[in-house]
Design a protein around this ligand. Structure first.
Ligand code: C2E
Ligand code: MG
Ligand code: MG
Length: 700
């Protein structure tokens, strides 16, 4: 139908309701009739009132032949979707835009992109529709062909884990591989032509569309994380790369590659959670506490208030763990964590820092007195018995407090200060709290530096042995005691009392102790080889050595290596050293003794051994502590005590060495008490190996 008479709308006019200008109308008609797209008007029964040339071409007839007929003679309606869209417009009175498949009665199927509008009468009743349909069959085919053309590409697309999809500039899917189809629970035909708005909630779809629009507007590609709501209603997180793509002869479209990272994100969240929480109590850990504290400090500083940081620690927790087992220890930690959460003092943030150490802030304490009062309240609440054993367990706690001052201190520093104060409370007898003071700070700094230097020194030859002679009653040299010295850089020679306890704490003493024994063996061999005779050397042991079952074999190996005669290597130990594991210590001592090592009890009288206990020890010497020697020449009671100890030792077949003999009077008194050997400044201070060699030569 190519003329107005043939095809012009006869019952309704989609344009102006008034009397149209005939010239204008003809122009408009010519335009519409010659459109590439199909233009048509239908009545309520679906009969064509108007059809342009393009529709005639599609239906394969003259447009006039279409008029007053519905689609049935031209279209296989069972295989086409036009009936449904027509119905929608006619029944709802709404406009529709859709891609439609039209299968003609000759068997040919074509795709149209259609827009259909309702037509109304004066009473606003729908009386028909007018539509414009663009044939997009070739365009679709080109995309389909492009995708189908490459089998290899298809196989890859179908099998990759990533979601791959192609969308046109309007966001309509042109292609999607398996993962996309699975996500939306659709087959390819069910997805193509749809936009994300039709597939997921509008909010999520809008975000995706905005991202797509940016890619289409810009150059290059970009990787971003986006969230898709799948057909299962769940949020799926993707890392997407989207690229603007222009297929030959086709409008611009977008290709996307998206990898699902939902699990990865979950894992990351869990890891982050684990990074900041303590798994035993569920409280924050040190990392989390420090960052929360950092924030609170800023707020406190802005508000011009002070913030109190408190660290609280069980007293004697090691004892609990060792005696009742770690399970009880863990249970206690959990209970303390709970009590801290329940107590009626408001805590700003609360964390378990490590082991048995908890930290919190006190945001509602303004004055130092209030802080002290709240800390005491908490300590008292924590000190109530714990029902973890048959007998309720009583615990005490030590606490350290530091106070912020403006923005001067960071979280780590305040925590360090509270920790120093807490240790000071422990050192002062436990079961109390302490505020940080600058003096404490310098002690802590000094300790940290000492620790650093000591760790660095071990294994570097920074240590030396000095030797102090033990004299017989006749003035002859009975042997030497080896006493360690540390040549600390920038400080000079450091006496053992200043670093041995720390080295023991740091676990360095086993290593250092072996070096001492080896050095002593070398010295014995050196004096023997220099013709100075068999000179015994005594080394001092440490607790860690006395709990190391490997010690005897190691010592015997060294003795063999250096040809040390039995009785020539001596070892000194204090009674307290044996306390941590007496049975093991006694077993080790028996083995040492039977292997030819002479043993001495050092600082005798300062420990708390009973005489019956002493009898079990395979000891050759008692070294009478300097505290008895000091006054023995002036205080008859001390002299009596010395005499008593000596008599007893001799009864037990032990010899006595008096330590710290400084004066002739002391020497004489002790000799009168039957003392066997003497050591002290009266004869010589501890001296270097060279000086000791000279001392030996002088005595020859
Ligand atoms: P100790 O085994 O009781 O050693 C005797 C200490 O008394 C030495 O101190 C010595 O210099 C000092 N002394 C000796 N005669 C006199 C005196 O007449 N008057 C006074 N006032 N003091 C005297 P030093 O060398 O400072 O050693 C202290 C402690 O360090 C030793 O006490 C020992 O327990 C420990 N020690 C020394 N070397 C080692 C070692 O290699 N390993 C271990 N584990 N401990 C060591
Ligand atoms: Mg000693
Ligand atoms: Mg001693």
């Amino acid at each position: 139908m190519s003329t107005r008479q043939q095809g012009a709308p006869q019952e309704t006019d989609p344009g102006d309701a008034g009397s149209p200008d005939p010239v204008q109308l003809r122009r408009l008609w010519t335009l519409v009739d010659n459109l590439d797209a199909c233009f048509y008007v239908k009545d309520l029964d679906g009969r064509y009132l108007f059809a342009n040339k393009a529709l005639g071409t599609v239906f394969g007839c003259d447009p006039a032949h279409i008029l007053h007929r519905d689609d049935a003679p031209f279209v296989d309606l069972s295989a086409s979707s036009i009936g449904a869209t027509d119905l929608h417009v006619l029944t709802t009175g709404e406009k529709i835009a859709a891609d439609e498949q039209v299968c003609l009665t000759n068997g040919e199927c074509r795709m149209f992109r259609s827009v259909k509008l309702p037509l109304f009468d004066e009473a606003r009743r729908v009386v028909g529709l007018c539509g414009i349909s663009t044939d997009i069959t070739e365009q679709r085919r080109a995309v389909d062909e492009l995708i189908e053309r490459n089998d290899l590409l298809n196989t890859i697309l179908a099998n990759v884990d990533a979601a791959i999809y192609l969308k046109d500039a309007q966001g309509r899917y042109l292609y999607a591989n398996g993962p996309v189809l699975a996500l939306y629970d659709r087959d390819l035909a069910g997805l193509i032509g749809r936009t994300d708005r039709e597939l997921m909630p509008v909010e999520a779809a809008t975000r995706v569309a905005a991202y797509d629009a940016e890619v289409l507007a810009g150059e290059g590609d970009e990787v971003r994380d986006e969230t898709i709501v799948g057909a299962d209603g769940a949020k799926h997180h993707f890392r997407s790369r989207k690229v603007k793509l222009r297929l030959p002869g086709q409008p611009t479209c977008l290709i996307g590659f998206s990898t699902e990272i939902t699990e990865l994100r979950g894992l990351r969240t869990r890891l982050e959670q684990e990074r900041i929480t303590d798994s035993l109590t569920g409280l924050a850990n040190r990392v989390m506490f420090e960052s929360a504290l950092e924030e609170q400090l800023v707020m406190a500083s802005l508000g011009g208030v002070r913030l109190a940081v408190v660290i609280i620690d069980f007293d004697g927790f090691k004892y609990i763990n060792n005696n009742f087992g770690q399970a009880i220890g863990d249970q206690l930690i959990q209970l303390v964590g709970q009590r801290l959460q329940q107590c009626n003092v408001t805590l700003g943030s609360l964390a378990r820092l490590s082991g048995d150490e908890f930290a919190f802030t006190l945001p509602q304490a303004e004055t130092v007195e209030e802080v002290a009062h709240q800390v005491e309240q908490i300590r008292a609440y924590l000190a109530q018995p714990y029902p973890v054993l048959r007998q309720p367990l009583h615990l005490t706690f030590s606490a350290g407090v530091s106070l912020s001052r403006g923005s001067l201190h960071g979280a780590a520093e305040l925590l360090g200060r509270a920790e120093a104060a807490m240790y000071s409370a422990k050192d002062n007898g436990r079961d109390q709290y302490r505020f940080y003071s600058p003096e404490l700070g310098s002690t802590v700094t000094a300790r940290v530096e000492l620790e650093r230097d000591l760790r660095a020194a071990v294994g570097t030859g920074a240590f030396a042995l000095h030797y102090q002679p033990k004299m017989r009653r006749d003035g002859g040299i009975a042997g030497f005691e080896a006493l360690i010295r540390w040549d600390r850089p920038g400080v000079g020679l450091v006496a053992p009392d200043n670093f041995i306890p720390l080295a023991e704490q740091l676990g360095l003493l086993l290593h250092l102790g072996r070096w001492v024994i080896e050095q002593a063996c070398r010295q014995i061999a050196a004096w023997r080889d220099a013709g100075l005779g068999t000179i015994p050397i005594a080394v001092n042991l440490s607790t860690s050595q006395l709990t190391s079952a490997a010690l005897p074999d190691y010592v015997f190996d060294l003795m063999r290596e250096h040809g040390i005669e039995p009785g020539c290597l001596e070892m000194e130990l204090t009674e307290s050293m044996m306390m941590s594991d007496p049975d093991l210590a006694i077993a080790i001592l028996h083995r040492l003794r039977s292997g030819g090592v002479a043993l001495s009890i050092d600082d005798f009288g300062t420990g708390f051994s009973s005489m019956s206990y002493l009898r079990q020890l395979p000891v050759n010497y008692l070294k009478l502590d300097r505290s008895f020697v000091r006054n023995c020449a002036v205080d008859p009671k001390d002299a009596d005590l010395c005499a008593g100890i000596m008599a007893l030792a001799h009864k037990l077949d032990m010899h006595v060495v008096a330590e710290g003999v400084e004066t002739l009077e002391q020497h004489r008194t002790l000799a009168e008490c039957d003392c066997d050997l003497f050591q002290g400044f009266l004869f010589s201070r501890p001296m270097s190996a060279g000086a000791a060699t000279e001392f030996l030569r002088g005595a020859h």
